[in-house]
Design a protein around this ligand. Structure first.
Ligand SMILES: *Cc1c(COP(=O)(O)O)cnc(C)c1O
Length: 379
């Protein structure tokens, strides 16, 4: 009787590093466009149902060949992540709450029946890649190295043969115009996600179909789409949304839609809820009075409510959040043929959005220590 050999897990101790012979010139920070120039190296591993994970490799970034009948092309069996490495004043490369991205990556992969991997091992490998690509991390506020892990199925009908890779690109501030308020077009005919669907996973099939509606919004002069589900506000483009409301007791409500399966559980969203909850008892947010009480909550918000809050003068700020933009103010919503003007502020963000932006970027760059959120890549 033959015994089935055990399939190998993804193991950082098996890492093989082959460095590029020639390194590319690093573009000057002011010339960076989102995701345009890739760094010199990538992390790569493959999985097959007999052997399990191959020894992971750090090797020169470059193309590879795939069978035309690979499942990822035909059925979109692919999942991805978006995270960033930062260098702070101490010159140390850092990741921001990377275990949250990797856990989400594993959930997205599982939803597409892609093979499992050990999240701790993948984190070690990503740290090793960032350490190799350290010279590519631009310094300065708003600058970082964007890290894109991907996992795709290359089998035919099943997802059990797969490739996993991690690639990096230096980035500057996401949108030209910096923190200028966005004008969103609320979509009435198309939805991004629906109950029982895959909206809470970062899987390729959620994103391809949004390119066309986003282009339609751009063609009409808007910057992004506002995704609704009936009357419910869900997300803005590929960002989570927050509304800041004045309360009767003088405090401030900070609300965002609950994770009901149609919302992508953003790391930035989670971080903002946590930072708001810590103010002022455990930490004061920069520029906000310690007497200003913030009440973060996850609750449904509708277009009907938004218009009522605006009419009552209770709506103070609306902003979108995500790894790429951090905190981006929203100044206008196109809705049923008219424009709803939201409060706007000189310099872009309102006081609550600005306070959260400052604290979050200080933590990301390693200028402010908070709950182990900023993780060094080199020990
Ligand atoms: C990635 C993403 C976000 C933001 O998540 P972060 O972890 O904060 O970057 C929000 N919405 C959608 C649809 C996304 O794909």
């Amino acid at each position: 009787m033959s015994t089935q050999p055990e399939r190998a897990g993804l193991e950082a101790s098996r890492l093989i590093t082959v460095l590029a012979n020639e390194l590319k010139p690093v573009p000057p920070p002011q010339e960076l466009r989102f995701g345009q120039s890739m760094t010199d190296h990538m992390l790569f591993a493959s999985y097959d149902p007999v052997n399990g994970w191959s020894a992971p490799e750090i090797k020169p970034y470059g193309p590879f060949t795939l069978e035309p009948n690979s499942s990822c092309f035909q059925y979109g069996t692919s999942a991805f992540e978006g995270m960033k490495a930062y260098v702070g004043p101490d010159g140390e490369p850092r990741l921001f709450r990377p275990e949250m991205n990797i856990a989400r990556f594993a959930r997205s992969a599982a939803r597409m029946s892609l093979p499992p991997f050990n999240p701790d091992e993948l984190l070690k490998l990503i740290k090793a890649l960032v350490a190799v690509e350290k010279r590519w991390i631009p310094a300065g506020k708003g600058y970082s190295l964007y890290i894109r892990p991907m996992i795709v199925a290359i089998g035919l009908l099943t997802s059990n043969t797969a490739l996993l890779w991690v690639m990096c690109a230096p980035t500057g501030p996401y949108l030209k115009g910096g923190s200028q308020a966005l004008s969103l077009l609320a979509m009435r005919d198309t939805v991004r996600a629906w109950p029982g669907g895959t909206g809470e996973y970062k899987v390729a099939c959620n994103y391809g179909p949004t390119i066309n509606p986003v282009q339609a919004a751009l063609d009409k002069g808007y910057d992004q789409t506002l995704w609704l589900l009936g009357d419910k506000i869900t997300e803005a483009g590929v960002m989570n949304v927050f509304i800041v409301l004045k309360r009767d007791d003088g405090g401030i409500d900070l609300i965002t839609p609950p994770l009901d399966g149609t919302i992508l559980p953003g790391v930035t969203r989670d971080s903002i809820l946590a930072l708001a909850a810590a103010h002022p008892a455990r930490m004061t947010l920069p520029g906000l009075a310690p007497t200003t009480l913030l009440h973060p909550s996850e609750r449904t918000m509708t277009m009907t409510e938004l218009q009522a809050w605006l009419a009552e003068g209770r709506l103070l700020e609306m902003f979108s959040v995500g790894t790429a933009v951090v905190v981006q103010p929203i100044g206008n919503i196109g809705y049923d043929g008219k424009d709803i003007a939201l409060p706007t502020f000189e310099g872009g963000r309102g006081p609550v959005g600005q306070a959260l932006y400052e604290r979050l970027t200080d933590i990301q760059d390693g200028r402010f220590e908070w709950e182990g959120w900023s993780v060094r890549c080199e020990d």
